[in-house]
Design a protein around this ligand. Structure first.
Ligand code: GDP
Length: 295
């Protein structure tokens, strides 16, 4: 993943390291390269602008230009700003509430919601939490069955909903079930459409009000590039999101979503999906991602 962006930025790093002294012009040239690399990686334009300005402002500062290895100092600034762009620290799931802690999954169809629900259930189970999965995806054929099958393979309980029910009824019943059976966590998977539409947004808003989740995670396919960011913005305007899960980072995603989504939504990327398998999930670490990108 992110190979193109990485190799472009590594080239800039190499050039900067090659200078014993740096002038403002050297930095301007380097920033032009960084800007192009980010745009080609599908990072949203306002994000690129802010990022480049921020780096430049710091890089032409006296400490950097007069340091013993100015190239290295600029690279350090780029690294720090990349990390900041992606949110500094990892913020894991917040489950600090009266049980059941509810995690609501939102996103477009195919983004990886169902798979991610199962992945999270597996993680929480390994932390000895009693987890209930439930699905209100009554539109996509076999979605509920898919979750039930995944739950079974993980030996996690799955609420017995079906596609003839109304999503709001499923939510009310699943919540009641989770309370009565003392589950620690209820992971609630919802329907996604192919694009954003009003009916879908109204439905998930209703589910949000009904469930009052402590976590509302927006699941987005990293391969969607700029579209991922636009979708994130639309969901963020409708729902009080608490975090983002960026899926399919094992594919040939160009990286734009990873770098833009935090800046655009103001919400942290909490996890990344790195394979189709149920163990293909990792905590997102901005600092490590920045190191990976800079090589
Ligand atoms: P939903 O419609 O949002 O519930 O999406 P699904 O969970 O059904 O996922 C859609 C497709 O993406 C499935 O084929 C999943 O196996 C695949 N998928 C989900 N997450 C990942 C991931 O992190 N990496 C890869 N390679 N595939 C994923």
């Amino acid at each position: 993943m992110l190979e193109n962006l990485s190799s472009r930025l590594q080239q800039v790093v190499k050039t900067l390291r090659g200078h014993a002294r740096l002038s403002e012009d050297n930095i301007t040239d380097a920033m032009r390269e960084v800007r192009m690399a980010l745009l080609e990686a599908d990072v949203a334009l306002p994000v690129v602008k802010d990022f480049v300005n921020q780096v430049k402002e710091r890089a032409v500062g006296r400490e950097v230009l007069q340091s013993l290895s100015p190239g290295q100092a600029v690279i350090q600034v780029v690294h720090e700003e990349l990390t900041r762009l992606m949110g500094e620290q990892n913020v894991g799931l917040n489950l600090a509430t009266n049980p059941p802690a509810i995690v609501l999954m939102a996103g477009l169809q195919g983004s990886g919601k169902t798979t991610t629900s199962a992945k999270l259930a597996r993680l929480l189970k390994s932390e000895k939490k009693k987890v209930l999965l439930a699905s209100a995806d009554v539109y996509r054929p076999a979605a509920i069955e898919q979750l039930k099958t995944l739950a079974k393979s993980l030996e996690v309980d799955c609420f017995d909903s079906n596609a003839t029910q109304k999503p709001a009824d499923i939510a009310a019943q699943a919540l009641d079930f989770a309370k009565r059976h003392f589950y620690d966590v209820l992971i609630f998977d919802t329907a996604g459409r192919l694009g954003i539409d009003e009916a879908m947004m109204a439905e998930i808003k209703q589910l949000h009000e009904l469930l009052n989740p402590i976590e509302t995670l927006f699941v987005v396919d990293a391969m969607q590039g700029q579209d991922a960011v636009n979708t994130a913005r639309a969901f963020g305007e409708t729902l009080p999101l608490t975090g983002v899960v960026l899926t399919k980072l094992d594919g040939d995603a160009r990286g734009g979503a990873a770098l833009s989504v935090r800046h655009v939504t103001g919400k942290p990327i909490k996890y990344i999906g790195v394979s189709e398998k149920v163990d293909g999930i990792e905590l997102f670490h901005p600092e490590r991602m920045a190191s990976r990108v800079l090589g």
